[in-house]
Design a binder for this molecule. Structure first.
Ligand SMILES: Cc1cc2nc3c(=O)[nH]c(=O)nc-3n(C[C@H](O)[C@H](O)[C@H](O)COP(=O)(O)OP(=O)(O)OC[C@H]3O[C@@H](n4cnc5c(N)ncnc54)[C@H](O)[C@@H]3O)c2cc1C
Length: 299
């Protein structure tokens, strides 16, 4: 377990801007995230100060170098879950490690993926769930499925075993990308990984069963969606943070309703642009700096 003062999730413009401010403000900063959306060959023509077109990659590379210059630590790692700790701090679980932090800045952009399952909307909230920490309890002892192909899905499935021993993962026809380490834990917990797509969901008011593409049926009463990486809204749900659709609700200081959790950039909605993400990152950082100094320093 590593201790930091601010943990920033997302290496895009919002996260990097926040890291520049927190690290420069003397806060022990860890930034986690890989492959930001704009870090390819995309041409950016409308960002202040670059009178010639700049590539997304160059902009991100410059942000990384600047944040590192002020002492921000950075790792390509994916956050799987955040939990409130009884010491008043947050525990952030990643693919590679675990951190204890005083504050968190969510800067994950927008990446919520809806699964390709016929009838998924009909059962949303009636068997379909997006959050194990929020809804796992309602499926105590029931047969449940986690829909997803990666480590995020594996972690959600493992968390579900706190509520029911009858858990399986369905990759929705994709090839599993779960690492051997996680596969070993899944085997130990008797969690099978099914690489089939789903043809039909059964039930009247609530989900009662699943029909796979090959016709095989499973009488699962719950499907937890965990596609790709965990998004800010997934973290928000498990921490009781208010959202508006897929966006995190924040005030003018980029504070969420959870103490010590701030959000910035595309994940807060509005005008989804680099200039806005950078500005919001700076505001979120200022709020996080004040929070760390008031709440965690010297305690
Ligand atoms: C093709 C394209 C072209 C664009 N062109 C322009 C343009 O010309 N001008 C402009 O102003 N805007 C442009 N945009 C919009 C701009 O890219 C976004 O508004 C901006 O990147 C938002 O920044 P962000 O930091 O909020 O999110 P992002 O840039 O999306 O960064 C989010 C980061 O979070 C990481 N992340 C997500 N989940 C996790 C997790 N669980 N654990 C760890 N890390 C995680 C991601 O990997 C990524 O690094 C463009 C967008 C696209 C897709």
């Amino acid at each position: 377990m590593k201790d930091v003062e601010t943990l920033i999730i997302g290496q895009g413009p919002a996260g990097l801007s926040a890291a520049i401010y927190t690290a420069r403000g003397g806060i022990k900063t860890m930034l986690l995230g890989c492959d930001p959306k704009i870090a390819g060959d995309y041409d950016i023509d409308n960002y202040f100060g670059f009178h010639e077109t700049v590539s997304g990659k160059e902009l991100i590379d410059r942000g990384v170098a600047q944040a590192k210059r002020f002492g921000a630590e950075m790792l390509c790692d994916r956050v799987l879950a955040i939990h409130f700790d009884d010491t008043g701090k947050y525990i952030v679980k990643t693919e590679k490690d675990e951190y204890r932090t005083c504050s968190v800045i969510l800067a994950t952009g927008v990446s919520r993926k809806k699964p390709d399952i016929p009838g998924v909307d009909k059962f949303d909230g009636r068997g379909i769930s997006w959050c194990v920490s929020c809804d796992g309890f309602f499926f105590k002892g029931k047969k449940v499925l986690v829909a997803g192909e990666g480590i995020y899905a594996a972690n959600q499935a493992i968390e579900l075993t706190d509520y029911t021993p009858d858990v399986a993962i369905c990759t929705l026809g994709k090839e599993s990308s779960i690492t051997p380490e996680y596969m070993k834990r899944l085997r130990e917990l008797n969690i099978p990984v099914i690489e089939k797509s789903i043809k039909e969901l059964k039930g009247d008011d609530t989900l009662k069963g699943i029909v796979f593409a090959d016709g095989e049926e499973l009488n699962a009463e719950g499907i937890f969606i965990a596609l790709g990486d965990a998004s800010s809204t997934d973290f928000a749900r498990s921490l009781g943070i208010i959202t508006e659709g897929n966006f995190i609700q924040v005030d003018r200081d980029m504070k969420t309703n959870a103490p010590g959790i701030f959000a910035a950039g595309d994940c807060t909605g509005g005008f989804l642009q680099i200039a806005v993400a950078v500005g919001e990152g700076a505001v979120a950082a200022r709020s996080a700096i004040a929070y760390v100094k008031e709440t965690c320093r010297g305690k």
